[in-house]
Design a protein around this ligand. Structure first.
Ligand code: SF4
Ligand code: SF4
Length: 369
């Protein structure tokens, strides 16, 4: 086999794997943890750390083309960084262990590590320093911004806010459409093969609709989505001459898909504002007397809710209406100046947010120690 055909086969294999992983991103895709070099790093090169989610690691290495860095891949259960950190799979312990066992300390003459900003819900920067002497900085939200961040050594406003571009939204749509289509198509083939193609198309259309339009539809969006989808599915079924069983399926499938697609899991989607979880009713509160202007909250908030008051060495919670209750600011604040409070004045203390992470139902019950 010539070098050219070998390269073509590996390019095709990587492309196929990337499509497959994008379509089935709901499932873990672990890659080997450990130390990797990108470019030609030396003793003074930056050290980055990410989780062992294969898709992220491969995209990250591509995004870092032209940079010379050390990349520590920490075990995160093969899950992407934001979900892994929010769900207790990428924690302070995993990061400290990876820094101590990967051999990176022998490669560099400094102890500074850059984590993805979205790891801030699960990894306590101060504890990493206490336990390993490595200083943590939280880099940009998007890996695309890493080369500019590394060059400037600071984050711009756009680098610290989750944007959900059209490309991100379409990838999320594909990630839901693929398993939904496989499930609905499979059940149809078993029950009534004639339904397989319409139900698969319905799953794809609803996934795209939800991730591109849903959050722009106002408060009644769940009902608007469900009513529109049921009306269209029933209308098309009747026009196509479907029988009573087909009409029942045309009602049931959109209702089930609406419930599944708009279930806001851990809030790391553009569907923010889901009402499933108690915690979403709590508000983020800043105790300004405790704040000493460390600006960790400003660095990690994915919705850029905070503004710096540099002259007073304080922050202001200027955009609390954007808060998605991710808890990153609460976890990182060294002064316990941030906490969640409900309208009756009851609190969730910072220690609870630091220790307990979210399960798949959005309940803060996963003990991350
Ligand atoms: S709220 Fe906490 S993290 Fe934010 S600036 Fe004040 S002390 Fe620092
Ligand atoms: S203000 Fe809200 S969105 Fe921002 S880091 Fe804190 S909890 Fe998360």
């Amino acid at each position: 086999m010539s070098a050219t055909s070998g390269y073509a086969i590996s390019w095709l294999r990587d492309g196929f794997l990337e499509v497959l992983q994008t379509a089935f991103r709901l499932f873990p895709w672990p890659t080997e943890a450990g130390l990797r070099s990108v470019g030609r790093p030396d003793a003074s090169s930056p050290v980055l750390l990410t989780g062992n989610y294969d898709l992220t690691v491969r995209r990250l290495i591509r995004a870092l083309k032209g940079c010379d860095v050390w990349l520590v891949v920490a075990p995160s259960g093969g899950i992407n960084v934001w979900c892994a950190a929010a769900g207790g799979h990428l924690t302070t312990h995993q990061v400290v262990t990876a820094l101590k066992t990967s051999g990176v300390a022998d490669k560099v003459d400094h102890r500074r590590v850059i984590l993805p900003q979205l790891a801030a819900t699960g990894v306590l920067g101060l504890d990493v320093f206490r336990r390993s002497r490595w200083r943590v900085r939280f880099g940009p939200v998007s890996m695309i911004d890493l080369p500019a961040y590394l060059a400037a050594e600071e984050k711009t406003d756009s680098m610290r806010r989750v944007q959900f571009s059209l490309s991100d939204r379409l990838q999320m749509a594909v990630m839901w459409a693929a398993p939904a289509a496989v499930l609905l198509g499979g059940i149809s083939l078993w029950v009534e093969p004639a339904w397989a193609i319409p139900l698969t198309l319905l799953a794809i259309a609803m996934s795209i609709g939800v991730f591109t339009l849903y959050d722009r539809l106002g408060n009644a969006r769940r009902w608007i989505l469900m009513a529109t989808s049921v009306a269209l599915a029933v209308g098309i079924t009747v026009v196509a001459g479907g029988d009573a069983a087909a009409i029942i399926a045309a009602v049931a499938a959109p209702v089930i898909l609406t419930a599944a697609l708009t279930f806001d899991y851990t809030g790391s989607t553009p569907l923010e504002g889901g009402s499933h979880f108690e915690e979403r009713k709590w508000n983020i509160v800043l105790d300004k007397d405790r704040c000493e202007g460390v600006f960790r909250c400003w660095e990690v908030c994915p919705e850029a809710c905070f503004e710096k008051l540099e002259d007073q060495r304080k922050v202001e919670l200027q955009h609390d209406e954007r808060c998605i209750r991710c808890g990153a600011c609460v976890v990182q604040c060294p002064k316990d100046a941030l906490f969640f409070e409900d309208s009756d004045g009851a609190r969730i203390e910072p220690e609870v947010i630091r220790r307990f992470k979210l399960n798949l139902l959005g309940e803060r019950k996963v003990d991350a120690g």
